[in-house]
Design a protein around this ligand. Structure first.
Ligand code: SF4
Length: 353
């Protein structure tokens, strides 16, 4: 994906020239100016926005409770907020009472999950991100052409389970560069790699390079599987990280793209990196001696949590905030078709009554 590279911001630490008098000596003590580099893009992506809205609209339309299979997005705060409004999060369809409404999360599900929902007579609303669905379609298409598919991703991640379920007999997981040696294919001339949408771009390219040393005819996906939001958030963090004493990423520990942002920051030269769900988790010792703090947030993080982090930092002297922008995002997705259809019918019924 082509990304515009902005003029680099000046990064020199500016000295505070205010003289201070200490004891009986007159001396000039210079204190470096403390500042925040705020990454943009950050926070909600189009797929998360759509998934969260799906649950909110379902609650309005059908009333509570609305069941949600798995965390709708991987963020503690989002999940607890929706729970407070009447969403009930479950692990599997069998926990959902027969005939109830269930929303499938943004990470996608295997076809058998749809089948289970039909058997239990559940009203299923699929909030799978369209960019995850795109990878499902690729998997189905290459499986139909009898390819071996090497799915680069993290073992046990819901998205990987969902994508693998589309063609389990054709897909094998490659969990990072160290797994490459275990790959076994039937025909080295008929192999393609696909990936989870939220991986580290650099680590994925390393895995692909190693795969290609073993499988020179390995084909690439028809278009990037690592989504625009993951790429954009990593790109801007890479830009600011070399100038940061510490980078704070707002996000949950089970959020793949948030965890990757901390890794990317450290790889790009940040001297320290931390993942926090809330501002209150920031420890003062992380900021001791720091003059520049980088701030970003994962794709499932609402902006108010980032604002709380900025307020927390301002109280500790980091009041100067410079937003560093590497891309503008305008992508939006419409709500799932089944929900839109019901919303339209409800609006028509309300007009008729
Ligand atoms: S991170 Fe990417 S794939 Fe995941 S929900 Fe957001 S846009 Fe979709």
């Amino acid at each position: 994906m082509a990304l515009s590279r902005p003029e680099r911001q000046p990064v020199a630490h500016l000295a505070d020239e205010q003289p201070r008098v200490t004891g009986t000596y007159h001396c000039r003590v210079t204190e470096p100016r403390k500042r925040v580099l705020l990454a943009k893009p950050r926070g909600y992506c189009a797929g998360v926005d759509r998934a969260v809205q799906t649950v909110e609209e379902a609650l309005k339309l059908y009333g509570a409770p609305v069941y949600v299979r798995k965390q709708i997005v991987h963020n503690k705060h989002v999940v607890s907020t929706l729970e407070a409004r009447g969403a009930i999060f479950v692990e599997e369809n069998e926990e959902v009472p027969e005939g109830s409404t269930v929303v499938f999360s943004a990470h996608g599900v295997a076809p058998e999950v749809h089948e289970q929902a039909r058997e239990r007579n559940l009203k299923a609303i699929d909030a799978t991100c369209p960019l995850v669905t795109k990878v499902h379609h690729e998997a189905k298409r290459f499986a139909a052409d009898d390819y071996d598919i090497l799915l680069i991703g993290h073992e046990g991640h819901e998205e990987v389970i969902g994508t693998s379920g589309e063609a389990p007999e054709h897909i094998q997981l490659v969990d990072g560069p160290d797994s490459v040696d275990q790959v076994v294919v039937r025909d080295p001339a008929k192999v393609v790699w696909l990936s989870q949408t939220t991986l580290s771009v650099d680590e994925t390219m390393e895995t692909v390079a190693r795969l290609k040393t073993r499988l020179p005819l390995l084909q690439s996906p028809p278009s990037d599987d690592i989504c625009y939001a993951t790429q954009n958030r990593q790109h801007v963090v890479k830009e600011i990280a070399p100038d940061c004493d510490v980078v704070i990423v707002v996000g949950s520990t089970n959020s793949s793209n948030s965890v990757r942002l901390v890794e990317v920051a450290l790889d790009a030269g940040a001297r320290a990196g931390h993942l926090v769900d809330y501002a209150s988790e920031i420890q003062d010792e992380w900021l001791a001696g720091a003059t520049t703090v980088g701030v970003s947030s994962g794709a499932s993080v609402p902006e108010d949590l980032v604002m709380e982090v900025l307020a927390h930092l301002a109280e500790r002297g980091f009041g100067e905030v410079t937003e560093y922008t590497t891309a503008e995002e305008r992508l939006t997705f419409s709500l799932p078709q089944e929900l839109r259809r019901d919303m339209k019918a409800a609006a028509a019924a309300a007009r008729a009554s």
